[in-house]
Design a protein around this ligand. Structure first.
Ligand code: B3K
Ligand code: ZN
Length: 885
């Protein structure tokens, strides 16, 4: 497989102006006829025109109406090359035959539960017809769809419906016209037996937009929340960014077989059912929140991604980083900002940081790739997670108004274009006349910067200094790094825990005074640009406790010299709620790491009473937001701790985390029981912050209690499980019960019996069992592979069962190699069905060098076995080979 480099980008020699597609959908195969108006970039010059095409059967090809002679084109398994097409505008007509029924990769046109649907990003369109499959080719499309009327009563594509009617032989057709130019990755088609929930949204300039959410008839009642989310997103984008919807119709289709979460095709978003269907009985609060976020995300792409798109796939973060940032902000405004920030930062630590310090590390804008989907497929990738953090830093530096100015200029300059990350940067800079120093390094330099800070108070000079030093660790292909531009938001707490007013800060020979603004400043954003740098605050009347990196103002690892008592003080008092949570996490991480060392030396584990006290005071503080409490009493995950160790030891970290949880549960049993009781649900399910917060707290308490033994606990959990009136409560009770060997199996069986007809709930059931730390769980997972409800061709099921298993520290990493062998064999099997899904699974091996020698050699053996497999996909090859390198 060939590596593709950013530096090799070349403008296309030919542009496509209009594309007229005709689909004739059949049971054996489908015919696709395309008619493309082609313009050479430079009139009068002819170059070979290379079209991408994969798994296509070429039927005919014409230029300006004349069939092309054999010697005028060349066809291989991936390309159709026109050797010397006309050097001025011409019409290209191609007919291909494709086999959607056999397409298990779920890229291009495929069938899901009897319906046709498409997924074209990044390179699926080449599985539909021969085309210049690259995002800088933007054209206006029409699409005619013909199909059997009884089997496929609904025929959808992008844009407006301009014609429809019946045909002979029980067939019918529709014609769609999309007035906006688009790259082919935004093309979509859906055909099948679907019904819609209909609603309308009136935009602020008075456009009446029809909104339709399509699902099989029986699922329609479960689309209310998705519709609510869509309308909320449309309103929010108008209010916050002044961005209005631009067509009269917006469709969302839910399909059960989908590689990712969803896709932002112009006016025809296609979603994984999991992110559309919800009812209180079958979906959890987390599902409801995910639906809100992803419906928002795909809708927001209409401007950030569709109206302005990427020049090439290296620029993925131009649309994804920005749109992830936008959906994060949307969810924050709809719920709790602090809780959302905590969730997003936790995700960054869980997925991004480990990636950034391993063999798959790459910058927000990669320099090279083999297979496009790899850099973008996983929603936890650098292009997205860090990409969103980069966008957030612009806002931190410019403020809301400055950021909005930058966005306005970005759209003014680039509407209808395919652009680069520099274009976004330039719009932010120019709209604000900003000095962004070396900010662009965030796009090109990989790895998580480590920032150390040393503090010093001088009573004599009434100054408080912060000395920063930064280091970006080496990553594959980048051994030497330059210092980055890091915005660090800082506040200082006095001895009563209040924010001190900041009067001025001295830095780099300059004094910046805040007094002139007339308002008290409590948080300031320090701009760190050098390897070492000092900032000195003046007029500081007493030794402060600094709150550094408020709101997680930059995606870095911060190492400060704060003592445990400083951290406890911040945990109790910081006005920045994010940092209040963070102080607790830093304490917990330190504690866990020191207990891990004890465990490894066979020392008895003892829990620091101060820590128990800290957790107790949070748990019982009625002034705090309940969801915040739930987050603050939750320990950092096993992965996060392993990520901080020189040699990751899953058994030790798991044992320590289990020990602390049990210990906390038994020492705070009374408080936890009261919490569980006082926050029990009553009345109908509501998706609002207060109710979700209450459930989160109750269920976190239950999870702790589930680690204890005794009839009182068993009875409590069974009651919670049986009396639950919504899935959030019922599933949480099940998760707690999962820790109780005596009743576990019986209740798991009961849950399946209850929900066997709801495939989304069954996936939760698969995931819960897959993640279990029951010794030898790999055997249970193997059994579940043969369960009637399991199907290797459905990505959601694979993610639940196999993905779930890979997330289990003790069983996946079992020292006998059984977990690795299980995954290795499955990856080979899966790759033949669906390379994208297989490559996502193989990533579980990518951090193999972080473990001890025994595990290393066992994992390496599997990676080598995978790589030696004949006919391996580029997707799996890229991840497996980079992992081994
Ligand atoms: N734009 C897609 C992600 C595509 C990844 C595959 N290359 C959906 C999303 O952003 O939510
Ligand atoms: Zn996106």
């Amino acid at each position: 497989p060939k590596e593709i480099f950013l530096k090799d980008y070349k403008q296309p020699d030919y542009y496509f102006d209009t594309v007229d597609l005709k689909f004739s959908l059949g049971e054996e195969s489908t015919f696709v006829a395309s008619k493309i108006a082609v313009s050479p970039r430079v009139e009068g010059q002819s170059f070979p025109l290379v079209l991408n095409g994969q798994d296509l059967k070429l039927q005919s090809i014409k230029i300006n109406g004349n069939p092309l002679k054999e010697e005028d084109f060349h066809l291989d398994s991936r390309h159709l090359t026109l050797k010397s097409p006309p050097s001025s505008k011409f019409t290209l007509e191609i007919v291909t035959e494709i086999y959607p029924q056999k397409n298990t990769s779920l890229e291009g046109l495929y069938k899901s539960s009897g319906n046709f649907c498409t997924q074209c990003e990044a390179e699926g369109f080449r599985k539909i017809t021969f085309y210049q499959d690259r995002p800088d080719i933007m054209a206006k499309y029409t699409c005619r769809i013909e199909a059997d009327k009884s089997l496929y009563p609904v025929l959808l594509s992008n844009g407006n419906l301009i014609e429809q009617g019946d045909l002979e032989g029980g067939k019918h057709f529709t014609v769609w016209e999309d007035p906006f130019k688009k790259p082919c990755y935004l093309f979509a088609l859906v055909a099948g037996q679907l019904e819609s929930r209909d609603d309308t949204f009136i935009t602020r300039s008075g456009r009446n937009v029809s909104l339709r959410i399509w699902t099989p008839a029986q699922d329609l009642p479960k689309t209310a929340h998705a519709m609510y989310s869509l309308k909320a997103a449309m309103k929010w984008d108008e209010d916050v960014f002044g961005l209005e919807y631009d067509l009269d119709l917006f469709n969302i289709v839910a399909v059960p077989d989908f590689n990712m979460g969803a896709m932002e095709n112009k006016s025809l978003n296609i979603f994984n059912s999991k992110l559309v269907l919800a009812s209180p009985e079958t979906a959890t609060d987390a599902d409801y929140a995910a639906i809100l976020g992803v419906i928002g995300h795909e809708y927001f792409h209409n401007w950030t991604g569709n109206r302005v798109t990427c020049r090439d796939w290296f620029q993925l973060s131009l649309k994804e980083g920005l749109t992830v940032f936008r959906d994060q902000e949307f969810s924050s405004d709809m719920g709790s900002r602090t809780v959302k920030r905590i969730a997003d930062v936790s995700k960054l630590r869980m997925y991004q940081y480990p990636q950034d310090s391993g063999p798959m590390a790459h910058p927000v804008r990669p320099h090279s790739y083999i297979k496009v989907p790899i850099i973008s497929f996983n929603m936890d990738d650098s292009c997205l997670g860090n990409g969103a953090e980069v966008v957030r830093m612009y806002k931190t530096l410019l403020g809301s108004q400055g950021f909005r100015k930058g966005m306005d200029l970005y759209f003014m300059r680039h509407d209808g274009q395919a652009v680069t990350c520099e274009d976004f940067f330039a719009a932010m800079r120019d709209a604000n006349n900003a000095d962004f120093a070396n900010f662009l390094l965030w796009y090109s330099q990989a790895g998580t910067p480590v920032v150390k800070v040393a503090t010093n108070y001088s009573a004599e000079s009434r100054t408080f200094s912060l000395k920063f030093s930064q280091e970006v660790p080496p990553t594959p292909g980048q051994s030497a790094k330059e210092p980055m531009f890091i915005p660090v938001a800082v506040g200082l707490l006095d001895s009563s825990g209040k924010d001190m007013p900041l009067s001025s800060v001295y830095h780099d020979g300059k004094l910046e005074s805040f007094a002139s603004s007339g308002q008290n400043v409590h948080t300031t954003v320090l701009r760190i640009t050098k390897k070492e740098e000092e900032f000195v605050f003046n007029d500081i009347s007493e030794k402060p406790t600094p709150s550094i990196l408020r709101g997680f103002s930059a995606p870095i690892r911060l190492e400060s010299d704060l003592t445990d008592s400083d951290l406890l003080f911040l945990l109790a008092h910081d006005s920045d709620e994010f940092n209040r949570w963070e102080a607790g996490q830093v304490l917990a991480r330190k504690l866990m790491l020191s207990l891990v060392a004890d465990f490894q030396q066979n020392k008895a584990l003892v829990l620091n009473p101060q820590f128990v006290q800290g957790i107790k005071s949070i748990l019982t503080d009625s002034s705090l937001d309940k969801e915040f409490i739930a987050k603050a009493i939750t320990l950092p995950g096993v992965g996060e701790i392993m990520d901080m160790m020189t040699v990751a030891d899953p058994d030790a970290v798991h044992a320590v985390r289990t020990f602390i949880r049990k210990q906390l549960a038994s020492e705070l049993k009374e408080e936890l029981l009261i919490t569980a009781k006082n926050n029990r649900s009553s009345g109908a399910y509501e998706f609002d912050h207060n109710n979700m917060a209450r459930r989160a707290l109750k269920n976190t308490a239950l999870a702790y209690l589930g680690s204890l033994e005794g009839p009182e606990i068993t009875e409590l959990l069974l009651n919670e499980y049986r009396n639950a009136t919504n899935m959030t409560d019922q599933f949480s009770a099940l998760v707690a019960i999962d820790q109780q060997p005596a009743i576990r199996e019986e209740i798991l069986a009961d849950f399946y019996n209850k929900w066997q007809d709801d495939f989304l709930v069954v996936n939760k059931w698969f995931a819960l069992q897959a993640m279990s730390d029951v010794p030898g769980n790999v055997e249970n997972v193997k059994k579940l592979l043969n369960h009637t409800a399991f199907d290797l061709r459905n990505p959601n099921k694979v993610y639940s069962l196999i993905g779930g298993f890979c997330g289990s520290p003790v069983n996946f990493h079992c020292k006998d190699g059984s977990g690795y062998k299980f995954l290795g064999e499955l990856v080979v099997q899966l790759d033949k069905i669906n390379p994208q899904v297989a490559s996502r699974m193989v990533s579980a091996f990518s951090r193999w060098k972080r473990y001890d020698e025994t595990r290393q050699s066992l994992a390496k053996e599997q990676l080598e076995m995978i790589l030696s497999t004949e006919g391996l996909s580029e997707n799996v090859f890229e991840i497996a080979s980079k992992s081994l390198a």
